[in-house]
Write a protein that binds this ligand. Structure first.
Ligand SMILES: [Zn+2]
Length: 256
């Protein structure tokens, strides 16, 4: 209708000026929508027109210049698409550690990423696998207060929902505790879960429940971060009161 200023087009990777520096930004977030993969047993997603532009215009009246506004309704699971698991998700004794209470210091951190795509789907990722991937990435240690991203290759099956929600490996107990004992504050993966779907021990969820550390699932573009260290993460879950998780916008940032 009216000729406004055309907004900047969305790009997954871009650069912005921040605090006098040129900063590269890569979006690590998957979309949320009715036809996208949902973890087996979780609530499915639906969006609908709660009020169309036309319906609101019927109320506003034709004499107003305003076109009317559109509003959609949403139903979805608190663990849909790219999302944070709050501690309460895997520790029933800590209803205080719900998703809206996660410290900003946990959500804005230095980060490293490692490639574990050599581990076969539906098997456990061992400590030896993790140390091997770290060595190949040139990551000699995990810093206290940092985040660890690991790429399994599961994200490449996003377009095939059945394969996506069943074909991925998970961290075993030893690897999980070793990572958390380094002081890592968030563990992020491209897979739908940090636990092997063929092993109902839930090694990683158990370890995170004990150590009171969040993790984050269905993270996109991990393997497109051009360096394994020396970048930052901004993780922004919604403040869904009392919820055990939340979809999150996640950005990787580094100095150009
Ligand atoms: Zn989850």
């Amino acid at each position: 209708m009216s000729k406004g200023n055309e907004p900047t087009a969305y790009r997954e990777m871009t650069a912005v000026d921040l605090f006098g520096k040129r900063i590269r930004v890569l979006d690590l977030t998957r979309e949320i929508g009715p036809d996208l993969p949902v973890y087996p047993g979780h609530m499915k997603t639906n969006f609908w027109w709660h009020m169309t532009h036309r319906e609101s215009k019927l109320r506003i009246g034709e004499e107003s210049r305003f076109q009317g506004y559109g509003v959609k309704g949403i139903v979805m699971c608190d663990h849909i698409s790219t999302h944070v698991d709050a501690v309460y998700h895997f520790n029933a004794d800590r209803p205080d550690l719900t998703v809206e209470s996660i410290a900003l210091e946990t959500l804005i951190t230095p980060a490293v990423w490692i490639d574990l795509s050599f581990v076969r789907p539906r098997t456990n990722i061992t400590l030896e696998n993790v140390k091997g991937a770290m060595a190949r990435a040139g990551v000699d240690r995990l810093e206290r207060g940092s985040s660890l991203l690991y790429y399994t290759g599961a994200g490449d099956r996003w377009g095939d929902p059945e394969a996506f929600v069943t074909q991925y490996p998970g961290l075993d107990s030893e690897a999980s505790y070793w990572i958390l004992d380094r002081g890592v504050v968030n563990v992020l993966t491209d897979a739908p879960s940090t636990d092997n779907p063929a092993d109902l021990s839930y090694h990683n969820h158990t370890a995170h429940g004990e150590r009171l550390v969040i993790h984050t699932e269905i993270v996109s573009n991990i393997n497109k971060i051009p360096k394994h260290t020396g970048f930052y993460l901004l993780v922004a879950p919604l403040k869904l009161k009392g919820c055990t998780g939340s979809p999150a916008r996640i950005l990787a940032l580094w100095e150009e």
